[in-house]
Every structure is written in structure tokens, then in C-alpha cells.
Design a protein around this ligand. Structure first.
Ligand SMILES: [Cu+2]
Length: 122
């Protein structure tokens, strides 16, 4: 029983990563963008955060960021109150191969400089 619990504890992050394909993202070419949070949705199996960022033409574009499941984010130090709409944020993540303004998050830097992981591997 104890061995099973330990096994589940050790493999949970792997299962969480594997259950949902990240093939739609360019995981070998991470990008970093700064912007302003518009909303965060604490949904399962994945949390989504939206922020607006200025593109090269000076236009505001809304990006969606896919984060790990809520249970893993809490392990990385996230709470529901960590990020609010209007907060400045910097995201490093894997952009969608389609060219859509979407990414799989890897690391977030909050407005106070705190760096928080958002996925079990970068
Ligand atoms: Cu998933």
C-alpha cells in the first residue's frame, strides 16, 4: 500500500504531462512575451491564462497560455490569488505551431519578480 502511494506520488507529474498531447506546440523553440493578464481559468485538466501583449506592429494581441493542472500548479506555489486580471506578467513557453496566439507555458515571472513554474518540464 505504501509502495503504491509512493509510486503514484512519483509518477503523478509524468501522468499529468502525458495525458494531454503537447504536439500542437513548438516545444523546441520557446518564446518569451510580456503583457497584461486579462483572465485566468482554474479548469481541469488544465488551467488557462490569457494576457494581452503588443506585437511587432504595435497591436495588442490576446494570448492564451495552457498551464499544468491545478493540483500541480499548487505544488509549484500557485494560489488562486497569485495572479489577477490587470497584473503584468512575463511568460516563457512553447508557441502553437499553427501561428495562433497560444502557447504551452513553461515559466512565468510575476510583477513582483517572482518566478513560478507552470509546467512539469520546461
Ligand atoms: Cu493534459
Amino acid at each position: 500500500m505504501r509502495a503504491l502511494a509512493l509510486f503514484l506520488l512519483l509518477t503523478a507529474p509524468l501522468l499529468a504531462t502525458a495525458h494531454h498531447s503537447v504536439a500542437m506546440y513548438d516545444n523546441d523553440n520557446l518564446i518569451t512575451l510580456s503583457g497584461t493578464v486579462t483572465k485566468i481559468e482554474w479548469t481541469s485538466p488544465h488551467v488557462f491564462l490569457f494576457f494581452t501583449s503588443e506585437n511587432d506592429a504595435g497591436e495588442l494581441v490576446e494570448w492564451s497560455v495552457e498551464l499544468d493542472p491545478p493540483v500541480l500548479l499548487r505544488r509549484y506555489g500557485w494560489r488562486q490569488s497569485t495572479v489577477q486580471a490587470g497584473d503584468e506578467i512575463v511568460f516563457t513557453g512553447a508557441p502553437a505551431k499553427s501561428g495562433a496566439p497560444a502557447m504551452r507555458g513553461a515559466i512565468a515571472i510575476l510583477s513582483d519578480g517572482t518566478e513560478l513554474r507552470v509546467w512539469s518540464r520546461v
